[in-house]
Ligand binder design. Sequence first.
Ligand code: MF3
Ligand code: CO
Length: 248
Amino acid sequence: MIYIKTDAEIKLMREATSVVRDYLHYIEEKIRPGISTYELDRLSYEFIKKCGAIPSCLGYEGYPATICASVDDVVVHGIPSKKIILEEGQIVGIDVCVGKNGFIGDAARTFAVGKISEAKQKLIDVTRECFFKGIGVVKAGVRLGDLSEAIQKHAESHGYSVVRELVGHGIGRSMHEDPSVPNFGVKGHGVKLKRNMTIAVEPMINMGKREVTLDDDDWTVRTLDGSPSAHYENTILIKDDGVEILTL
Ligand code: MF3
Ligand code: CO
């Protein structure tokens, strides 16, 4: 069931998403060689608490941390750890969910750790572009498949592959609501988007093959071929004439 928000609910959602926005600026400054993903998680928890908000990932289906920190071949859901110390040349995806007023905002960015290769930078750039190509075709009345196809086409035109096992999602009072928002699909298919739907659009793009594997911790998702993967996500609001990106 898709929950279409009232204007009053959208107003409430803006507070959660604006904390996410501030958080992303905050954490970007903390990414550097030598910092552990555990330390990034600790800083994230403190920042969100200071904003009077709730770290919604913490405890979600037993998830043990505030953020997901996904290094290089980790696609998503990397669990922060004292043992994972960022090194120059790596890329790290930071994914966060913040609750306020009973509503949740969700976003992710992939950051460079120090100086990275041109190939990794291009992967980060194209993944971000995939998001914008996708939302570029969206407004009320458009079908979800239009967004999905636009994302997939852009990724594959660069020789990259789209992860199938994980998808974007509706978002609101719950982190994951209907509809599912795949990063692959066919134009003209899928549900029709309506004004005041709120969805998280989150391309997960691999430099190599699309297959992924799950670590023994039951969270960490990696590329099967060990190639780097990037993630870029925002919570967006569907409008009559387009979209508004609430977490940017
Ligand atoms: N933020 C993630 C998403 O985009 C959810 C992370 S799973 C969690 O759906 F367990 F960490 F919450
Ligand atoms: Co999400």
